[in-house]
Design a protein around this ligand. Structure first.
Ligand SMILES: [Zn+2]
Length: 167
């Protein structure tokens, strides 16, 4: 039987989004939120020194620090909310949210936003489904839909501008 067809994975044109199998848990060491006091940009980070790599310790104590009014709050507990447009610990609304395609596009931080961007940008070209168990495979359908691509990319640009403005 003649089977000259190349396997699926060999068809990459170099613009394939490489899914490194990132888990959503790897994104939580810095979460940008709306300050409950002044509505400026606040950060939810680990208490103490920030490690260079994700700790993976979900229940390590956190603190919320506003970059504008310097409001602070501390968190220590055993209950977290993951997968919604709020930070995992304090439940504050995320800083990076935008109306998009009748839904809400949200990201915990710049790294998260750029991963979504890379995924959305590459998806149309190849429809690669090589991801393993990364959160990117579990993105909602509207984010995976090719017809929404342009609007999503505009939304991501807006969020990057908002991030640069920082207030
Ligand atoms: Zn504030």
């Amino acid at each position: 039987m003649d089977n000259a067809q190349e396997p699926e994975f060999a068809r990459s044109n170099g613009e394939r989004f490489i899914d490194g199998g990132e888990r959503i848990y790897d994104l939580g060491d810095e979460i940008l939120v709306v300050c409950p006091k002044c509505s400026g940009m606040a950060k939810v980070i680990l208490s103490g020194d920030l490690p260079a790599k994700p700790t993976g310790d979900l229940f390590a104590p956190r603190r919320l620090i506003c970059t504008k009014c310097w409001y602070r709050n501390n968190w220590a507990g055993r209950k977290v909310t993951i997968g919604e447009a709020v930070d995992w610990f304090f439940g504050m609304p995320l800083w990076l949210t935008d109306s998009c395609c009748g839904e809400v596009l949200w990201a915990y931080n710049l790294r998260h936003l750029e991963m979504i961007e890379g995924y959305v940008a590459a998806k149309l070209r190849e429809r690669t489904k090589g991801g393993r168990n990364s959160f990117l495979c579990k993105l909602p359908k509207w984010l995976q839909s090719a017809k929404n691509r342009d609007e999503i990319m505009r939304s991501i640009r807006r969020l990057k501008e908002k991030l640069n403005a920082g207030n």
